[in-house]
Design a protein around this ligand. Structure first.
Ligand SMILES: *Cc1c(COP(=O)(O)O)cnc(C)c1O
Length: 414
């Protein structure tokens, strides 16, 4: 996280001391750096400068309105996976004409809302979905722009990062079935075939599966063109990894050069759907140590954040770096950093060497993506507040939930 630094031993994000935020807004607290968000977006824009493109931020990575609004003002489009995300994009001032709608289970209501809003494209994932979309568009007297999400079947043996993605047959249509589906789509009266889409997985550290996927998708596009089905855009999805621990993520500039070479002389617009790589390293989760619990085998640091705030460690044993906000000189001890939730899986970090005392603050780094957007109210815990730092300015972009807001909408039975 580039905008994180120490000043007199105190951890700062941009120009603001994290300890000050904890005092003012309490913990657990999500804190984002505006500069980091904008730098991440600009890295894509620079990498793709020579190729006509649209960057569609994958909303599910972090759907807070202020963050969507920031990306909208930078010119981003959006990749949504639900009607709720569409509503958020519109509320945040996003341009519906730059929205693509992904997901295997689009409901009738979601299709209607997206057609009403006038989105750029539906990324269709099955023949049944195609038929439903044609029917709904017809009912509404509209034409639905469609692309298929194809599964490019990239060799999993050489690219283990995506092998699980290949086994999931829930997503996309087999690339071999795509020509027939495109012919079907072209024959349906209320659809307009506009593009093609793929998304092969997440947290990709190696560029080669992305390159292989791009090759296969471009070959398919050329086959379709030869049949008279011309596409306007080619969406290569998201999935670029970030550094959580010791990973060396792909070089965006190199990826951009590769894409520029592939798209040179082509008429289709390039689209990408990055999520994690735009927000992941722009945010952290601030938490306070409630208790230190030494043990024979293990020491526990029990903190006030938990798996309901940041689910990734419990969900897929994901690693987040954990650092003490204020440096101490005492020797460090090895701790499992855990939350107060009544689940053994409620851990945030295992075997971390920290020099801390009760009441100290910890920062869980790289928590900007799939952190707040996956947070829940398990154990009746209000979701954390969110802060956006802009140099020395502090913006509360989401209030902490209250017990009243959690219970609103519930009824007793007499
Ligand atoms: C989640 C998702 C993305 C974003 O993936 P990242 O790994 O966060 O970049 C893009 N497209 C689709 C269809 C997705 O489901």
């Amino acid at each position: 996280m580039n905008t994180l630094h120490r000043l007199d031993g105190q951890l700062h994000l941009e120009d603001v001391a994290l300890s000050r935020l904890a005092e003012q807004f309490d913990t657990p607290l999500y804190v984002y750096s505006r500069q980091a968000l904008e730098t991440a977006y600009q890295a894509y824009a620079d990498a793709l400068a020579d190729t006509p493109h649209l960057i569609c931020y994958a909303v599910k990575a972090n759907s807070s309105l202020a963050i969507l609004n920031l990306f909208a003002r930078l010119g981003a489009g959006f990749d949504i996976v639900s009607g709720g995300e569409l509503a958020r994009v519109l509320a945040a001032g996003g341009n519906p004409a730059k929205v693509v709608f992904s997901g295997v289970g689009k409901t009738v209501q979601e299709m209607r809302a997206a057609l009403e809003a006038g989105i750029l494209c539906f990324n269709v994932e099955s023949a049944s979905e195609l038929q439903r979309l044609n029917r709904i568009a017809g009912d509404m007297g509209k034409t639905a722009p469609v692309s298929f999400r194809v599964n490019p079947d990239v060799d999993p043996k050489t690219h283990p990062y995506i092998s699980t993605g290949l086994k999931e047959n829930k997503f996309g249509v087999a690339i071999a079935d795509a020509p027939a589906l495109y012919r079907l789509a072209a024959s349906l009266p209320h659809l307009q075939v506009t593009g093609i889409d793929c998304h092969i997985g997440s947290q990709l550290i190696d560029l080669s599966p992305l390159s292989d996927a791009a090759d296969r998708v471009l070959a398919l596009v050329d086959t379709l063109a030869a049949e008279g089905i011309a596409l306007h855009h080619i969406d290569l999805g998201g999935g670029i990894g970030i550094r959580y621990h010791d990973e060396t993520p792909p070089d965006l500039a190199a990826y951009g050069r590769e894409l520029a070479a592939r798209f040179k002389g082509r008429s289709e617009k390039l689209m990408l759907e990055p999520g994690r790589s735009l927000v992941g390293n722009a945010g952290l989760l601030l938490t306070r140590v409630e208790y230190l619990k030494p043990g024979e085998d293990k020491n526990f640091a029990i903190v006030d954040a938990a798996m309901n705030d940041l689910m990734r460690p419990a969900l897929y044993e994901a690693y987040h770096e954990i650092v003490a906000v204020d440096q101490r000189n005492a020797p460090s001890l090895r701790y499992d950093v855990v939350g107060p939730i009544c689940e053994t899986g409620d851990f945030l970090g295992v075997a971390r060497d920290l020099s801390i005392e009760e009441g100290d603050l910890l920062a869980l780094l790289s928590a900007g993506a799939y952190g707040m957007s996956m947070a829940s109210n398990y154990n009746s815990r209000p979701r954390a507040a969110e802060i956006l730092i802009d140099k020395n300015e502090i913006h509360l972009i989401r209030e902490r939930e209250t017990q009243a807001s959690l219970m609103a909408g519930e009824r007793l039975v007499y």
